[in-house]
Design a protein around this ligand. Structure first.
Ligand SMILES: Cc1ncc(COP(=O)(O)O)c(C=O)c1O
Length: 427
């Protein structure tokens, strides 16, 4: 369509008309929070940022060494293959066999993605279009909704769970909605709620998928970040899974390689093929040196993965104990790098019953950043998600600062303001 100008011919501001798919996106609730964190930091505050699940610990040293070597080989600077080099995909298949007893054909049932977020988004584009519907639990990791919307399809939100009642809710939706939803998005261990499942849950999922002929996409980003001996099951380990769906894994969390952008989609042949087709048009693959180093990560770093999970487990213990002392009702999670905490009624009431308001106020007054539950959907209101991305000492400090503001009504932010504008409750 021809662009509209405010005053044609006079070189005055042109109105840019973006695509409808951008207009259809729900408002990004975390923008203001991120801006506030940035502003407080610029003003000199030491904000303890537990907002984003951005790993802060280092990747395995052998992986970094391999990357350094690979970069020196000029051949690795060429375009790579969009599906990922064969040896990388084969390493993924080895890992699935070793950890979950799953057999995968690296040539057809495994594809590398530029992080699982990219892979998930492009898979939605490959499988869904206008008029299609996908079922997603509420609350949900944002991209599980956004990618469906960006593909032009509709999201059908179902209150989240990890039990038969949740599957019954999906069952009812699949029975009653016309046209029937094409796809169900699952994510266990779950972001943000950290709820987990056992393999028998996926048996029921496969039965449901079979009954309704619906595709399953399982996001398994936290499959290796497990605590207290819990072992998260892979969706692909249950009989019949590959006939109905795929599973995403990532190197971001278990290996602290979030910025490297390496993920995988494994499982159903036709779904992988559709994703490969879209990716073949859109991208030339991950930087080859990164792919080579990623092979080393999966081949030689099982110990690192276990140690990293233990680090999160210890931080979880500190945080859960601290939050309970604050008076908050918290379930200690068995997996992920998050604690999902119900905000104490009285604290929520002080902030107009809004997790967003509370989180904004905590950045400002306690210098602690957490993610408001409402940012993950209606079902998240009344909760906050706290990422275990700072060390135990900083987490203790964060809890002390929250306690000071929430339970003692003393603001840290006020203490940092210039003397003339300082309020009376400053320390
Ligand atoms: C559930 C879930 N899936 C996917 C991702 C994105 O992972 P990646 O870095 O592989 O794109 C995240 C990141 O926080 C996540 O929490």
């Amino acid at each position: 369509m021809r662009p509209v100008t405010e005053d044609e011919g006079k070189g005055i501001v042109m109105k840019i008309q973006v695509a409808n798919r951008i207009e259809r996106l729900p408002p990004y609730m975390l923008g203001k929070l991120k801006q506030l964190i940035y502003e407080r930091r610029r003003a000199g505050a030491d904000v303890i940022d537990l907002n984003m699940g951005n790993p802060s610990d280092p990747p395995p040293p052998a992986v970094v060494d391999k990357l350094r070597d690979a970069v020196l080989d000029a051949r690795n600077s060429r375009y790579s293959v969009s599906a990922g080099v064969y040896n990388l995909r084969r390493e993924v298949a080895f890992k699935y066999r070793r950890r979950w007893g799953v057999e995968l054909d690296p040539g057809a049932e495994v594809i590398a993605t530029i992080g699982s977020k990219e892979g998930f988004s492009h898979l939605c584009l490959a499988l869904l279009g206008p008029g299609d519907t996908a079922v997603v639990g509420d609350p949900a990791f944002q991209i599980h909704n956004y990618a469906i919307v960006l593909a032009g399809a509709n999201v059908l939100s179902v209150p989240l769970g990890n039990d038969q009642a949740f599957l019954d809710r999906i069952d009812r939706v699949l029975d009653t909605i016309t046209p029937k939803p094409k796809l169900v998005v699952l994510n266990y261990p779950h972001n943000p709620t950290a709820i987990t499942v056992e393999a028998s849950f996926f048996d029921s999922v496969v039965r449901l998928a079979d009954r309704h002929q619906v595709m399953i996409v399982h996001d398994f980003a936290y499959g290796e970040t497990c605590f207290d001996g819990y072992k998260a099951p892979s969706f692909l380990q249950v009989d019949g899974a590959k006939e109905h769906g795929v599973e995403f894994t990532t190197l971001s969390k278990p290996y602290n390689m979030a910025g490297w952008r390496v993920g995988f989609c494994c499982g159903n042949l036709d779904m992988i093929k559709a994703l490969a087709t879209i990716k073949g048009y859109y991208d030339y693959g991950i930087f080859q040196s990164v792919q080579i180093a990623s092979i080393i990560a999966m081949r030689d770093s099982d110990d690192h993965v276990l140690e990293q999970a233990l680090i999160y487990q210890k931080r979880r213990d500190v945080l859960v104990a601290g939050l309970r002392k604050l008076g908050w009702d918290v379930v200690s999670p068995l997996a992920t790098m998050f604690v999902w905490a119900r905000i104490k009624e009285e604290h929520l009431a002080h902030h107009d019953m809004s997790s967003v308001n509370l989180c904004m106020a905590m950045v400002d007054e306690a210098e602690v950043a957490m993610t408001p539950g409402a940012a993950f959907g209606e079902g998240g209101e009344g909760f906050v998600r706290i990422a275990l991305v700072e060390n135990e000492q900083r987490i203790r400090q964060a809890v002390r600062q929250l306690d000071r503001v929430l339970n003692r009504g003393r603001s840290l932010a006020a203490a940092h303001r210039p003397a003339e504008s300082r309020s009376t409750h400053a320390e």
